[in-house]
Write a protein that binds this ligand. Structure first.
Ligand SMILES: CC(C)(COP(=O)(O)OP(=O)(O)OC[C@H]1O[C@@H](n2cnc3c(N)ncnc32)[C@H](O)[C@@H]1OP(=O)(O)O)[C@@H](O)C(=O)NCCC(=O)NCCS
Length: 150
């Protein structure tokens, strides 16, 4: 079965918190995902295959810009292009609402994520020192500016 990208539903929150737990040192809880469902400026997508959620990506629309976070793919499904699909769909969704500029932060050592974002048109524009904890690390701030791409 092909991977399907769709909007987050309340039945996804438990599985998403499990993927987070296995992937981040400060994972989002199931409660955080449930809260998202109530925020009208949040847009979250999940990737599903054979009825199982295998990844997610989301953004909050703030001041006309898409602030992307929680890009994650279940470990056994990585390197299949799923994060790329999620980001592309998220941007398509944002553009359909008139959002053309997107930003995100990523650990400077996270080469796989940086590759996904660069492929989607993001460029590093700055570094925020010691932004992350456990372990402490700088964040690369990336932007995808619609007027530079179109
Ligand atoms: C980052 C992450 C979301 C990528 O998901 P994914 O579905 O595997 O991503 P894709 O398959 O679309 O692309 C991965 C790319 O990284 C490359 N890659 C994988 N491991 C790599 C590494 N260690 N160094 C450099 N590149 C790497 C792959 O080759 C692929 O690029 P390619 O298609 O040009 O070959 C996933 O690794 C993940 O969930 N990591 C843990 C959570 C995380 O770090 N999230 C990002 C927070 S900002």
């Amino acid at each position: 079965m092909p991977v399907v990208i769709r909007g987050i539903q309340s039945s996804d929150t438990k599985r998403l918190s499990e993927i987070e737990e296995a992937s981040f040192s400060h994972p989002w809880s199931e409660e955080s995902f449930k809260e998202l469902l109530t925020i009208d400026y949040a847009r979250y997508l999940v990737a599903e295959e054979d009825g199982e959620v295998v990844g997610s990506a989301g953004m909050r629309i703030i001041a006309g810009e898409g602030n992307i976070d929680n890009v994650v793919v279940d470990e056994k499904n990585r390197n299949r292009g799923i994060a790329g699909m999620l980001i592309d769909e998220l941007i398509k969704l944002g553009e359909s609402e008139g959002i053309y500029d997107y930003t995100l932060e990523v650990r400077v050592s996270n080469s796989a994520a940086i590759k996904v974002y660069e492929r989607a048109g993001f460029k590093g524009e700055g570094v925020r020192p010691h932004f992350y904890e456990d372990p402490t690390e700088d964040a690369l701030i990336m932007w995808r500016r619609g007027n530079e791409i179109r």
